[in-house]
Design a binder for this molecule. Structure first.
Ligand code: FCB
Length: 446
């Protein structure tokens, strides 16, 4: 039986600037935090960089033509801040701005709606040199950057996301050290969290003013958190983990302030949250974008006797090449929880997808049944949530094409379009052809 999606459901694919563009030092672009990070040895598993990536900066027309061929209704991409404001703020680089302006026009001429993410983890290194997200001035610079973009593109772009996954910027960047700038400091991660949210809150009214009638939102990585056992210790660990991953962002955005668990675990420096900040952060949103890949199973590993117990208590689940559990029901669980616990007006799945090894067959085709099955299973769960009244308005597959997967370099392929790194040739995989049919039918048929 066919699973139909609501009329006007927005079908799209997503990418981000550093992962696809390349041209890292062309046309006036300054060095970014990710250029610095990938150029410093020991950070990227295959020692690669985004210097060339999949050369989208030069192949954007061809890439938009491919999107049109696939029938995409929308394309989510991000802007490289160092192309537009190479010094972080101040002087605008017209060549950088021009690139995005042409891209937007090209998309619109094919009837593809752009969803612009202002920040998907790359900012000018000069800002990092002055403390990056650990300092308030970076949030001030971001407000200026948002204004430049909203003024220049606001007449044509009608969907804006301020940030992609601020949790990742703060915690993988400043505490776990696996993303730029590679620090290991909880205090820095907490400060970064607040400054990212503050920058978001400042940007929202600026975008509304300069891009009237547009939809403004933010993209969060959220996941259902499941205790590994019914022990009190594991349940407590799951509660803390939910507070730091999910509620740390969704709560202040919806006006509830930071979760109590943050204050239980950590004393915020008095100067961090200034009067009025929490008001700024709760600026009303038109949508929240959800990036969902897997659920989190949490064990309290602070208890010595628990430490050697298996982490996974839910056997028989498939894993992707990232080692991430395939758990489509989690998308349903997450969306229905959001509907129950928050009153954001709309949601989009702004990322969902899977890395699996791909091979080009002798006839030049790339068959990726596991990725296709992953996307299909998640769409079925999305449809279930819609049927229960969750205001889910669209779905963006991650990713349009294979690209630089951060610390994993080019070792993981997430694209529905295969990219041959040596020749930059693009080959739509069978998942792309399947997705094309889903979009055309506005339904999963069979
Ligand atoms: C998300 C990121 C995206 C990509 C996917 C696999 O966390 O937003 O850039 O790396 O994971």
């Amino acid at each position: 039986m066919a699973i139909e999606f609501p009329k006007d459901f927005l079908w799209g694919a997503a990418t981000s600037s550093y992962q696809i563009e390349g041209a890292w030092n062309e046309d006036g672009k300054s060095e970014s935090n990710w250029d610095r990070f990938s150029h410093t040895s020991g950070h990227i598993i295959d020692k690669s960089t985004g210097d060339v990536a999949v050369d989208h900066y030069h192949r954007w027309r061809e890439d938009v033509a491919l999107m049109a061929e696939l029938g995409l209704k929308a394309y989510r991409f991000s802007i490289a801040w160092p192309r537009v404001l190479p010094s972080g703020w101040g002087k605008v680089n017209p060549a950088g701005l021009g690139f995005y302006s042409r891209l937007v026009d090209e998309l619109l001429s094919h009837g593809i709606q752009p969803l612009v993410t202002l920040y998907h983890w790359d900012h000018p290194q000069v800002l990092e040199d002055r403390g990056g997200w650990t300092v308030r001035t970076t949030a001030e610079a971001f407000a200026e950057y948002a204004e430049v973009l909203a003024r220049q593109l606001g007449d044509r772009v009608t969907m804006w996301a301020t940030f992609n996954e601020p949790w990742v910027s703060a915690f993988l960047g400043y505490m776990q050290g696996v993303h730029a700038p590679g620090h290991h400091d909880l205090g820095e991660a907490v400060a970064a969290t607040h400054h990212l949210l503050l920058a978001h809150g400042w940007a929202v009214p600026i975008i509304r003013r300069d891009s009237p009638g547009s939809q403004v939102g933010i993209v969060l990585n959220m996941a259902p958190i499941v205790p590994a056992s019914s022990s009190q210790a594991d349940e407590q660990a799951a509660r803390l983990s939910d507070a730091s991953l999910n509620r740390m962002f969704a709560d202040p955005l919806s006006g509830r302030g930071y979760p109590d668990e943050l204050h239980e675990r950590y004393t915020l420096p008095a100067s961090l949250v200034q009067p009025g900040d929490m008001q700024v952060i709760k600026a009303p949103l038109d949508f929240v974008g959800i990036n969902y890949y897997f659920r989190n199973i949490v064990r309290n590993n602070e208890i010595a006797e628990e430490r050697n117990k298996p982490r996974e208590v839910f056997p028989n689940q498939e894993h992707t090449e990232m080692g991430w559990e395939v758990y489509p029901e989690g998308l349903y669980e997450l969306l229905t929880r959001l509907k129950h616990d928050y009153d954001f007006p709309a949601y989009y799945i702004t990322e969902n997808g899977a890395a699996f090894p791909d091979h080009v067959a002798a006839d030049g085709s790339v068959d990726d049944p596991r990725r296709l099955a992953y996307v299909k299973a998640h769409l079925e769960q999305a449809a279930r949530a819609i049927a229960e009244g969750v205001p889910l308005r669209g779905y963006f597959v991650w990713s349009l094409m294979d690209n630089f997967e951060w610390a994993q370099g080019y070792t993981k392929r997430f694209g529905i379009v295969y990219v041959d790194c040596a020749t930059q040739r693009r080959i739509p995989k069978s998942s792309a052809r399947w997705f094309q049919r889903v979009i055309a039918d506005n339904a999963i048929v069979g």
